[in-house]
Write a protein that binds this ligand. Structure first.
Ligand code: ATP
Ligand code: MG
Length: 568
């Protein structure tokens, strides 16, 4: 069976948002010598999530559309939480989403230059070495309503600060003894401008620079300089950095000649029923609430990939939600809608039975096997048909039979005739039960004249069931997923509780002996299919030869399409 591939169709292009408008104006005005350069700057302290995808699609997308460049930069200024495993996963995820970086850098590549910039600031009287303790610094900082107070070390001669700073670097002092601070304005209404820390002493092993450094630059200082060193023109980040922009500009204005990068903030992606902070995702992994960063219930890119999402579906989702300045919460049903829409077009249809009930066709010759032609994709005529074996013993879905059918139940019941998809009409003639009274088998007759699924006499049936031939069926494992959290806002918790309390205990259901049609025997991890009537499924990485494992990506029922239809 031909699997789906990741190369078609192209994702929709993004609409023009306020950032694209600014960039277009800058390009038209010839700002930055007409260059456009963006970057995606993840901190390698966790796996990327769907929120990062928004930022990736924006940064890489805008550069791609407008002939600019986009770098991948690891913001690895905090040595204690970072790891090469995360670096590798981030590269793989960006590439999988379909983006190519023009260059890849690490903020740690710039540690020496960033250090030299700090010496420049000291010489210009724009930075000083402070020796207040962390608690004192906090006390001196003031509050939103009260100005801060100058540190007694603020007017230390530049030469003295320079000497101390060099000795900080040389490792002469213990952690926390001294700190390098910008000399800006302790009376500023913006707390970020009250002599923010630039460098602290921290004896920590760094995943790339090892033990070369025992002082590390603060993010707010390293980030604008990294941008400037890469000649980034538009530094796009999320809204929580809005109040840091004056500091960003201060760093750039005091140290950079020529074109200066411009920070522009946009609203981060929030999804209901989802937590999106890396710290919380790490907690889910470390405490074993999920099987790993790529657990298909995780909102990580790797989790979504394993779940069966395509890169295009994620890119289309990002294009649809757009980029704006105002925080909002997106319905996770909208993400599910985007993968349904994509897979509806390209996932081959197959038949599989999750909860098998045996059907014996008593008037079908024993030992006979025939092959019926089944359509691969009604949405794509070029996908053609395949042969599916049909025989005397079949499985149907247990739910498709009721001994005492209620009024609106039109599927199989004693004495009733239904269609087996692309095969024959069958009529249930006998119900076989075990000692406990459970139905274990149905005996049916078939009408040979209905081959292909239509009766020559024009008689109709009210239901078409999917089925698999019992002796040909593959025994497969199927994992059904529900939302990881059972409330729309998992972070909304009473005092003393955490988001963990909102975990949905039924987010994973494992079906160990589902039955699938034999064409699936050659399916490989990440291949995607529609199981007729059941949803879209993706082959899981846990698959072994002869032991297929499928993840349900999403069911067929589209709640978002309904919501949208109502809004129209
Ligand atoms: P988290 O808060 O999930 O830990 P972060 O902001 O600390 O994420 P970074 O690695 O620093 O993660 O993020 C890299 C880039 O992705 C940043 O530019 C950040 O603004 C952006 N980003 C992170 N989360 C989101 C989100 N939910 N929506 C849009 N962009 C995001
Ligand atoms: Mg961050």
């Amino acid at each position: 069976m031909a699997p789906t591939d990741d190369t078609t169709p192209a994702a929709a292009s993004a609409p023009v948002d306020f950032i694209r408008t600014i960039i277009d104006e800058d390009l038209r005005a010839g700002k930055n010598h007409g260059r456009l350069a963006t970057r995606f700057p993840p901190e390698p302290n966790g796996y990327l999530h769907i929120g990062h995808a928004k930022s990736i699609c924006l940064n890489f997308g805008v550069a791609e559309e407008r002939g600019g460049t986009c770098n991948l930069r690891f913001d690895d200024t905090n040595p204690t939480k970072e790891d090469v495993e995360y670096v590798e996963s981030i590269k793989a995820d960006v590439a999988w989403l379909g983006f190519r970086w023009d260059a890849m850098f690490y903020a740690s590549d710039y540690f020496e230059q960033i250090y030299q910039f700090a010496e420049q600031l000291i010489r210009k009287g724009k930075a000083y070495v402070d020796e207040l303790t962390a608690d004192e610094i906090r006390a001196y900082r003031g509050t939103l309503t009260e100005p801060g107070r100058n540190s007694p070390w603020r007017d230390r001669p530049a030469e003295e600060s320079l000497d101390l700073f060099r000795r900080m670097r040389a490792g002469e002092f213990e952690d926390g003894k001294y700190i390098l601070r910008a000399r800006i304005d302790m009376g500023s209404p913006n707390l970020n401008m009250r002599d923010p820390a630039l460098y602290r002493i921290r004896r920590a092993h760094h995943h790339r620079t090892g033990d070369t450094w025992c002082i590390y630059p603060m993010y707010d200082y390293a980030h604008p300089l990294s941008d400037a060193l890469e000649r980034i023109t538009h530094s796009l980040c999320t809204l929580e950095f809005e109040d840091h922009r004056p500091l960003y500009d201060w760093c750039v204005d005091n140290l950079i000649e020529g074109d200066k990068p411009q920070q522009i903030e946009f609203a981060r992606l929030n999804l209901n029923y989802t937590v999106m902070s890396k710290r919380k995702l790490l907690q889910l992994v470390q405490q074993g609430h999920v099987a790993g960063w790529d657990d298909p219930r995780m909102p990580t890119i790797s989790g979504l990939r394993r779940r069966g999402y395509t890169p295009e579906s994620i890119r289309n989702f990002c294009a649809r939600i757009g980029v704006a300045k105002k925080e909002n919460v997106i319905d996770v049903a909208q993400l599910e809608h985007s993968i349904r829409e994509d897979l509806n077009k390209r996932a081959p249809r197959v038949m599989a039975v999750l909860s098998p009930l045996k059907v014996v066709i008593t008037n079908y010759p024993e030992g006979r096997v025939e092959e019926v032609d089944v359509i691969n994709n009604p949405e794509d005529a070029s996908a053609g048909t395949r042969k599916v074996p049909f025989s005397r013993e079949l499985y149907i879905e247990r739910d498709d039979f009721r001994e005492d059918p209620p009024k609106k139940f039109f599927r199989l019941a004693p004495g009733r005739e239904v269609r087996l998809r692309c095969a024959y009409f069958i009529t249930c003639t006998e119900v076989v039960k075990n000692a406990d009274g459970e139905v274990i088998e149905l005996r049916c007759t078939y009408d040979p004249a209905t081959r292909g699924g239509d009766a020559p006499d024009g008689r109709k049936v009210k239901a078409t069931l999917h089925w698999v031939s019992a002796s040909h069926a593959l025994d497969v494992q199927v994992r059904l997923y529900d939302r990881l959290f059972n409330v729309p806002d998992p972070d909304d918790v009473p005092e003393g509780r955490t988001f963990i309390d909102h975990l949905n205990p039924e987010s994973l259901q494992v079906i160990t002996h589902a039955k699938a049609e034999p064409s699936l025997a050659s399916a490989k991890p990440l291949d995607r299919f529609q199981f007729e009537r059941l949803g879209y499924f993706c082959v899981d990485a846990d698959t072994q030869p002869g032991a297929l494992v499928f993840n349900r990506t999403v069911s067929l029922r589209d709640t978002w399409a309904k919501i949208e239809a109502k809004q129209d």
